[in-house]
Design a protein around this ligand. Sequence first.
Ligand SMILES: C[S@@+](CC[C@H](N)C(=O)[O-])C[C@H]1O[C@@H](n2cnc3c(N)ncnc32)[C@H](O)[C@@H]1O
Length: 203
Amino acid sequence: MKRTVEEHASRFDDHAAEYDESQDSEEYKACAGLVIELADPDPDDVVLDIGTGTGAIALALAPRAKRMIGRDISGGMLEKAREKAAAEGLDDRVEFGEGRFREPGYEGAVDVVTSNFAMHHLSDEEKREAIREIADLGPRRFVLGDVMFFGEPDPDEPFYSPEVDDPATVGTLVEAFTEAGFAVTHARRVHDQVGVLVGERLE
Ligand SMILES: C[S@@+](CC[C@H](N)C(=O)[O-])C[C@H]1O[C@@H](n2cnc3c(N)ncnc32)[C@H](O)[C@@H]1O
């Protein structure tokens, strides 16, 4: 992790008010769309979205699941997510609260875990720990959309700012999924530095 959790939280607190308007790239939209599509929850599923931010994934999935749990380290982003849930009449289906990848702060059973554009703030070792932690929650599926390298890292290309980001290669992530007990069933490239992985739990 190139900055502490507290530094990331503060950075996103400052950014919360204009975050949604700033996410206007085709690649961000495509990545979020794939995460929503591939999460594919059943109506009786509990879905946990980590690094939920202002709720882009959580609010899209909430009408399709029994219960949606959103976790984030930024109080400012969570506040915005709660406002949007209320405005969309979804506040009885979604619970937003503080939690982080390696301590999601949710003890109940979880069927599907999602995360979009958030895990790349962790170092590769922290990502491995986080993926193991997610596997321990027992979901049948984990869908990760994120900045990830399909080719050589290139800070001159979009989505990778080395001063704040620490993305992994797709190979490193596939290895971490596999070690944690997930079979990787999809590895979808959105951009050379953005993609979506789906892990299905091995019985
Ligand atoms: C780029 S935003 C993505 C938000 C949302 N998932 C989306 O698709 O729009 C990244 C989010 O990850 C959160 N975040 C960063 N590090 C985190 C961590 N260790 N645990 C949980 N959330 C984290 C930030 O606070 C921020 O809200």
